[in-house]
Design a protein around this ligand. Structure first.
Ligand code: NCD
Length: 357
């Protein structure tokens, strides 16, 4: 059985396989219309979501399957104090596959460890969002045609933006990828992510302070909203929310063959005047999200009999001092075993949320 918790749970070859499956679904939708007949997807959404949950629901319906679940933790047993581990043990009896969104970082990893059916991470706190990344990759594949030697501009909330973190992890594995980071000082990419972008003392990213500097450089511009719900201080949010706004004047500085992506929802970081520009791919991206989730559900159900590969060498961090210091981590609120792994630089990190211990 295989889960999708982090984009690197999939090899590059497996990502290609999913992309090709999605393209086949687009070309021959009728051939897949009954392919998940009799199967059930459980959507366990502990955090608000419109497009991701509806995208999963519509994907399963188009495969001929059915969907059950909750979209608000208050309407589930969580409000009675049930743990993620117990909830997935129970749901494993009712469904064939789970899509989970949780406000705690690492919660889907806990779910995968206790589930008898495949678990898909549909977004955990400010940490990771692998199915948005598959959506982004399918869009790049359809719009640009390949993943090699691309310069990706990432703009907005690079600190809390989980879609950014997952996209970096995925794109960093391709030949010659370069990143241009555009964010306010306070919302810069976390150190653990920057370390991913430094190999043998060589950085494959630059940080710039204006969108104008970035525009001529990029093949893909990935815009994000400032993640209001992750701010403890709302005044700080108000101060930072208008930091970078993409408009038609800035688009005029960009290459003719570049594309603009956005995971949506948009607040005000792209003016509506940009929507009519053929390079604005963010609404085409939404539709790709449904196709790639169809490919993922179809494939994980086929892989169900395989064992899950983990690319992490885990050590049990039994000493109390080795507990995860991240208060947004699932280990801060639920009684899960503290586990850690060593990254490529030998730094001990939380197995669930990747924070340095
Ligand atoms: C993103 C998310 O939930 O992280 N939305 C989505 O899944 N399409 C981006 C966001 O909320 O800003």
């Amino acid at each position: 059985m295989r889960h999708l918790i982090d984009p690197t749970d999939l090899t590059i070859e497996e990502i290609d396989l999913l992309m090709n499956r999605a393209l086949d679904i687009i070309a021959r939708p009728k051939d897949y219309a009954e392919s998940c007949h009799g199967k059930k997807l459980a959507t366990l959404f502990y955090e608000p979501s419109t497009r991701t949950r509806l995208s999963f629901t519509s994907a399963m319906m188009e495969l001929g399957g059915q969907v059950l679940g909750f979209s608000d933790a208050r309407s589930s047993s969580v409000s009675k104090g049930e743990t993620v581990a117990d909830t997935v043990r129970v749901v494993s009896c009712f469904a064939d596959i789970i899509a989970m969104r949780h406000y705690k970082e690492g919660a889907p990893r806990v779910a995968a460890d206790y589930s008898r059916i495949p678990v898909i991470n549909a977004g955990d706190g400010g940490h990771s969002h692998p199915t948005q990344t598959l959506t982004d990759l399918l869009t790049i594949r359809r719009e640009i045609g390949h993943f090699d030697r691309l310069t990706i501009g990432l703009c907005g909330d690079l600190k809390y933006g989980r879609t950014v973190h997952s996209l970096i992890k995925a794109m960093n594995r391709y030949e010659g990828t370069r990143f241009v980071l555009i964010s306010p000082q306070e919302l810069r990419l976390p150190d653990y992510m920057k370390q991913e972008l430094e190999k043998d003392g060589q950085k494959n990213f630059v940080e710039v302070s204006t969108l104008e500097e970035a525009m001529p450089l990029v093949d893909v511009l990935y815009m994000t909203r400032v993640q209001q719900e992750r701010f403890a201080d709302q005044q700080e949010y108000e101060r930072l929310k208008d930091s970078f706004i993409l408009d038609e004047a800035k688009m005029a500085l960009a290459r003719k063959d570049m594309i603009v992506l956005h995971p949506l929802p948009r607040v005000n970081e792209i003016t509506i005047g940009v929507d009519n520009d053929p390079r604005a791919a963010y609404f085409r991206q939404v539709e790709n999200g449904k196709f790639v989730r169809m490919a993922l559900i179809y494939t994980l159900l086929q892989w169900k009999k395989e064992t899950n590969r983990s690319n992490r060498e885990c050590v049990c961090a039994e000493e109390k001092s080795l507990g995860c210091p991240n208060d947004r981590c699932i280990t801060a609120t639920e009684p899960v075993r503290h586990l850690a792994y060593r990254d490529n630089d030998g730094i001990l990190r939380c197995y669930y949320c990747d924070h340095a211990i």
